[in-house]
Design a binder for this molecule. Structure first.
Ligand SMILES: Cc1cc2nc3c(=O)[nH]c(=O)nc-3n(C[C@H](O)[C@H](O)[C@H](O)COP(=O)(O)O)c2cc1C
Length: 224
């Protein structure tokens, strides 16, 4: 009887580990050379709000996430975008539309910089909720393939000086978002910064804690 219990528990643990493995998605290694020349990307960037109903690929999704929050120095853990006192308070979510990214089920994903991977927050097509979380003038977002949501946790700096701490986190989101926008240009994609969203509805999409603020949304898709 004891033996059967041990086997049953081991099996349950193995199944749980398998289920957990399914919850994470490894992204293709980021391209760290090449791409469009930086001046050309800066010169070409425009806010793009019209998208083809066509998916982007997983490599491009990974490259976009990496450009915003990827680890670019494995020794120090420093990331692609700067951070005040290297506190890295940002989290970056990707809400993927049904058919938005080739081979990736629709859902809400959290970028894991250390693994350059995705952790699934919830599966399903939440794009109707994305559109519902927008102010009316941003309904065009429906045609994008993915929206990126930047959140910021309160930092040690914020504890010392609330205003500076919050400002620094907001600035970091802007810097990371600009990286992502320039990367989207380099990949032949189009993106737009979105500040016109309903915070509570957008926060409900990803389910954030009280001490976390939702800072910025960026849409990306294939330009028309
Ligand atoms: C913080 C911020 C919030 C923005 N919010 C929106 C928005 O809610 N909807 C939108 O269509 N564009 C939004 N934009 C994009 C601006 O409208 C756009 O950057 C501006 O018109 C300049 O055009 P360009 O980006 O093509 O150079 C936002 C830009 C920033 C920086």
């Amino acid at each position: 009887m004891k033996k059967i219990t041990i086997i049953a528990v081991s099996l349950a643990l193995l199944l749980a580990a398998g289920a957990l493995a399914l919850e994470n998605v490894k992204l293709p290694s980021p391209e760290i050379t090449g791409g469009m020349a930086i001046n050309q990307a800066i010169h070409t960037r425009r806010s793009i709000r019209k998208y083809k109903e066509a998916p982007i690929n997983l490599r491009d999704l990974g490259q976009l996430l990496w450009s915003a929050q990827g680890i670019t120095d494995t020794k120090t853990g420093h990331r692609a975008a700067p951070s005040a006192v290297a506190t890295y308070p940002l989290k970056l979510y990707a809400v993927v539309k049904e058919g938005g990214v080739t081979g990736l089920p629709a859902g809400v994903y959290l970028y894991a910089p250390k693994d350059h991977g995705l952790t699934i927050v919830k599966k399903g097509n939440f794009y109707p909720d994305v559109v519902a979380s927008m102010h009316f003038y941003n309904s065009w977002v429906e045609k994008s393939a993915v929206v990126f949501i930047f959140t910021g946790a309160s930092t040690l700096i914020e504890k010392m000086s609330k205003d500076s701490g919050m400002l620094f986190t907001d600035l970091e989101a802007g810097m990371a978002a600009e990286n992502l926008l320039l990367e989207s240009v380099s990949l032949g994609l189009g993106g737009c910064t979105i500040g016109g969203f309903k915070s509570e509805k957008a926060a409900a999409l990803i389910g954030i804690d009280k001490n976390v603020r939702l800072l910025l949304i960026v849409s990306v898709g294939k330009p028309v």
